[in-house]
Design a protein around this ligand. Structure first.
Ligand SMILES: *Cc1c(COP(=O)(O)O)cnc(C)c1O
Ligand code: SF4
Length: 353
C-alpha cells in the first residue's frame, strides 16, 4: 500500500481491521468497546505489531487500554494550562506560546497514529477540547508579531494537510520578513512514511533562506523500518533536516538496552536525537509515566556523542532540562572534580575572574 491516501482510507481504527493484524486480547477488546476515545493507526504501523504479545511497543502506543480511565496525576484542562491559553495575551486558538521568539502553530487535530500517551490527548484523542484551526488567523498573528523568528508547525500531524495547504502555509510564512525558520513536528516519517512523496518534497524542500526543519517522534527501534529510512533520506536530500523527539514510556523504552539501541539506530537512519520528554501529566496517561537515568546509564560516554538527546520536561514556562549534574562531583576554590561513565574522576582548575 504505497499510496498514502490508501493508508489513510484503510486506517486500522475498528476491531474488524485490527483483527486482520493481531490476536486482540479480551482486555484490548473491552477497552476498544467501552472507552469513548479516538484511536487508530496506519496499516504500515499495524503491520509492525506483534501478533500475540499485548506488550508489543507498537500495540501499547496505538491500542486503547482500560488503564486510561485511571487518573491520579493527570491535570484537568492540562492543555489550557500548558499552552498558556488562559492568559492576558489574546491569541488565536492555533497559536500556543511559551517563549518570546517562537511559537507552536497548531494546524490540525488529525494524526496517522493516535498515540495513547499523547499529551494533547484532550484535543487529539479525547476530543473534549475544541480549537479553531484557522491558518489565516495564525499567519496574520505571526505577521503582526515581529519578535517571532521561529514557527513550529504542529498538530495533530501537520503533514496530513494536503500538499496545497502546506505549500500555501510555507509561502505565507516565508513572505513574513521576521520569520527565519520553520519547523514541523510530525510522526508521519514513522507512522506513514508513504506520505513523503516527491510532490511533498517539492513543497518542503529546496534551498530557501527560510529553511524547513522536521522533528519526528520515534519511541522504539521497531518503528524504524527500511521504508522510514528511505523517507528520511529523501527529506534530507531535499534539504529538510530530521530530528527525533522521543517520549520516555514505561515498559516501552525505559530500559537501558532499548534506549541505547533506539538512539544508535536513529543515527543509522540519519535521524538526529533532539529531545527525550518526560511523559507529561496530561489526564489518562499515568500508566506510561516513569523516571529513569537512561542518559547517564546508557548513552553519555557509552555511545556516540551525536546519539545524545536532551532529557526535558515540557511545562507551561518552557522545556526544563532534567539532566542531573552528577558529572561534577566536587568543587572547591581551586578545582572541579568531574566523573565519567566509567566512574573515573579527573580535575580541572577553577578559573578566577
Ligand atoms: C516545544 C515548544 C517550542 C519549541 O521549543 P524548542 O526548545 O525551541 O524546541 C515552542 N513553543 C512551544 C509552545 C512549545 O511547546
Ligand atoms: S502523533 Fe503527536 S499529536 Fe498525534 S496522537 Fe501522536 S503524540 Fe499526539
Amino acid at each position: 500500500m504505497e499510496n498514502w491516501k490508501d493508508q489513510m482510507k484503510n486506517m486500522v481504527d475498528n476491531l474488524e481491521r485490527l483483527k486482520q493484524y493481531i490476536n486482540v486480547t479480551p482486555d484490548e477488546e473491552e477497552a476498544i468497546n467501552t472507552l469513548n476515545t479516538k484511536w487508530g493507526t496506519t496499516p504500515h504501523m499495524a503491520s509492525l505489531m506483534d501478533k500475540d504479545d499485548p506488550n508489543c511497543p507498537i500495540r501499547m502506543q496505538a491500542i486503547p487500554s482500560l488503564k486510561e480511565t485511571k487518573n491520579e496525576f493527570g491535570l484537568d484542562n492540562y492543555l489550557v494550562w500548558k499552552e498558556n491559553r488562559d492568559t492576558e495575551e489574546k491569541r488565536p486558538d492555533c497559536i500556543a506560546r511559551q517563549y518570546v521568539d517562537r511559537i507552536a502553530f497548531t494546524v490540525t487535530d488529525i494524526c496517522a497514529n493516535y498515540c495513547r500517551h499523547c499529551f494533547r490527548k484532550e484535543l487529539v484523542v479525547d476530543k473534549n477540547l475544541e480549537l479553531r484551526f484557522d491558518l489565516e488567523e495564525g499567519i496574520d498573528w505571526i505577521r503582526e508579531h515581529e519578535e517571532i523568528r521561529d514557527v513550529l508547525v504542529t498538530g495533530g500531524d501537520p503533514l496530513l494537510l494536503s500538499d496545497d495547504r502546506i505549500d500555501h502555509l510555507l509561502k505565507s510564512l516565508r513572505s513574513i520578513d521576521h520569520v527565519e525558520m520553520i519547523r514541523f513536528g510530525s510522526r508521519v516519517p514513522i507512522a506513514m512514511p508513504q506520505r513523503i512523496t516527491p510532490e511533498l518534497l517539492e513543497v518542503l524542500g529546496g534551498d530557501h533562506e527560510v529553511p524547513v526543519w522536521l522533528n519526528t517522534q520515534c519511541n522504539h527501534p521497531k518503528e524504524l523500518t527500511p521504508r522510514t529510512r528511505k523517507a528520511v533520506y529523501d527529506l534530507l536530500t531535499a534539504g529538510v533536516n530530521v530530528g527525533n523527539q522521543m517520549v520516555l514510556l514505561k515498559g516501552i523504552n525505559d530500559d537501558v538496552e532499548t534506549f541505547r539501541h533506539l538512539h544508535q539506530k536513529l543515527l543509522q537512519y540519519r535521524i538526529r536525537p533532539y529531545y527525550v520528554f518526560y511523559c507529561e501529566p496530561a489526564p489518562g496517561i499515568d500508566h506510561f509515566r516513569t523516571r529513569a537515568e537512561l542518559i547517564r546509564d546508557g548513552l553519555r560516554g557509552h555511545t556516540t556523542g551525536l546519539a545524545q538527546p536532551m532529557y526535558v520536561c515540557a511545562t507551561n514556562i518552557g522545556k526544563i532540562p532534567l539532566m542531573p549534574d552528577y558529572y561534577c562531583v566536587d568543587k572547591n576554590d581551586k578545582e572541579y572534580t568531574f566523573r565519567n561513565h566509567r566512574w573515573q574522576t579527573t580535575t580541572m582548575p577553577v578559573i578566577k575572574d
